[in-house]
Ligand binder design. Structure first.
Ligand code: SAM
Length: 291
C-alpha cells in the first residue's frame, strides 16, 4: 500500500491544475523511471510543493524546475537556494524557449559558442488543463530531449502509448509515436493527490527518437497530414483525404501506397501512413480543396 503524506500547504489554485502528489511510492517510482541522472540535466515541469523536486535535486546533475505560480516559485527558490545544481525558473512552460534553456539557439553565432548541444530529461506531474499543449511543445523539442516521464490523465497516457488498430489509437498516438517510443508505467487514483482530481491519472515514459528521416517525410507537412487523416474518426481514410485533395489524387495515392480506401486511419501503422503521404502531391502542388 502506497504511503501517503498529508499535503503541507492547504492553499492551492485549481485553475493552475494544482493537485499535489502525496503518494510517496509514486514519487519514488516517477523519479526512478528516469534512470541514472547523476550526469544529466533534468527539466521539471510544475514542481509545485516539491514532491518530486526534492528527490530530483538529490539525484540530478543539474535540475531546472519551471513553475508558473509566483508564490510557489519563491518558496522553491528559498528552499533550494543552498543547492548549486538546482535552478528555479518562474515561468509559463508554454512560453519558455526550450532551445535557450537546453543549449544552443540557432543563429549566426551558433558555431562560435563553446558549449555543444546537450540533451535533457524532462519530468513532471503535468497541470492537466494544458497537457496537450505541453506534450506538443515537448514533441517539437524532441531533438533536445532524451527521455520524458510524465504524469497525465489516464486516458492521455493510454492514447500516447496505444498501438495502431487498438481502441485508444488516434491523432495523439500517431503524433507522439513520430517523436519517440512511449510506454505506460502505472496508474494512480485520485486519492494519491491533494486535493484529489476528478479523473484517474497515469505515468508514461517516452524515449525520444524522431522518425521523420527514417520514414522520409518532412515534420511540419507530415504532422499536418496526420490531422487530416484523423479529422473525422469514424470516416474512412479515403473520405478524410477528400476533404483536402481532389478525388482522383486520393484514389491514385491510396493505390500507390497499397492501402484499401475503406480503411480507417486508426488501423494504419506509421510506415504505411508515410508511404501514403509520400504518394500524395505536396500541399502547395496539390489542387487543394477548401474545407
Ligand atoms: N509536481 C508537483 C506535485 O507532483 O505535487 C505539482 C504538480 S501539479 C499537478 C501542477 C503544477 O504545475 C502546479 O504546481 C502548477 O502551479 C504548475 N503549473 C501550472 N501551469 C503551469 C505552467 N503553464 N507552467 C509551469 N507550471 C505550471
Amino acid at each position: 500500500m502506497a504511503k501517503v503524506t498529508p499535503h503541507a500547504g492547504g492553499n492551492h489554485k485549481p485553475k493552475l491544475g494544482q493537485n499535489f502528489l502525496v503518494d510517496q511510492d509514486a514519487m519514488q517510482r516517477i523519479v526512478d523511471a528516469l534512470g541514472d541522472i547523476s550526469a544529466t540535466t533534468v527539466v521539471e515541469i510544475g514542481p509545485g510543493e516539491a514532491a518530486l523536486t526534492e528527490l530530483l535535486a538529490r539525484r540530478a546533475g543539474r535540475l531546472i524546475a519551471v513553475e508558473l505560480d509566483r508564490v510557489l516559485a519563491a518558496s522553491l527558490r528559498m528552499k533550494f537556494a543552498p543547492l548549486t545544481n538546482v535552478e528555479i525558473l518562474e515561468a509559463d512552460i508554454l512560453a519558455v524557449d526550450l532551445r535557450t534553456v537546453l543549449g544552443q539557439t540557432p543563429g549566426p553565432l551558433r558555431d562560435l559558442r563553446p558549449t555543444g548541444l546537450f540533451k535533457a530529461h524532462v519530468v513532471g506531474n503535468l497541470p492537466y488543463y494544458i497537457t496537450s499543449d505541453i506534450l506538443l511543445k515537448l514533441f517539437t523539442a524532441a531533438p533536445r530531449i532524451n527521455l520524458l516521464v510524465a504524469m497525465v490523465q489516464k486516458e492521455v497516457a493510454d492514447r500516447v502509448a496505444a498501438a495502431p488498430g487498438s481502441r485508444d489509437y488516434g491523432l495523439l498516438s500517431a503524433t507522439a509515436q513520430m517523436y519517440g517510443r512511449a510506454e505506460k508505467l502505472f496508474e494512480l487514483g485520485p486519492e494519491s493527490f491533494d486535493p484529489p482530481p476528478t479523473v484517474k491519472s497515469a505515468v508514461f515514459r517516452m524515449s525520444m527518437a524522431p522518425r521523420f528521416d527514417e520514414l522520409q517525410v518532412d515534420e511540419a507537412g507530415f504532422i499536418a497530414f496526420l490531422k487530416i487523416m484523423f479529422a473525422q474518426k469514424r470516416k474512412t481514410v479515403s473520405n478524410n483525404l477528400k476533404l483536402a485533395y481532389p478525388k482522383n489524387v486520393v484514389a491514385a495515392a491510396l493505390q500507390a501506397a497499397e492501402i484499401v480506401p475503406a480503411t480507417r486511419a486508426e488501423a494504419i501503422p506509421l510506415e504505411e501512413m508515410a508511404r501514403l503521404y509520400r504518394a500524395l502531391p505536396r500541399p502547395e502542388a496539390a489542387e487543394r480543396k477548401l474545407p
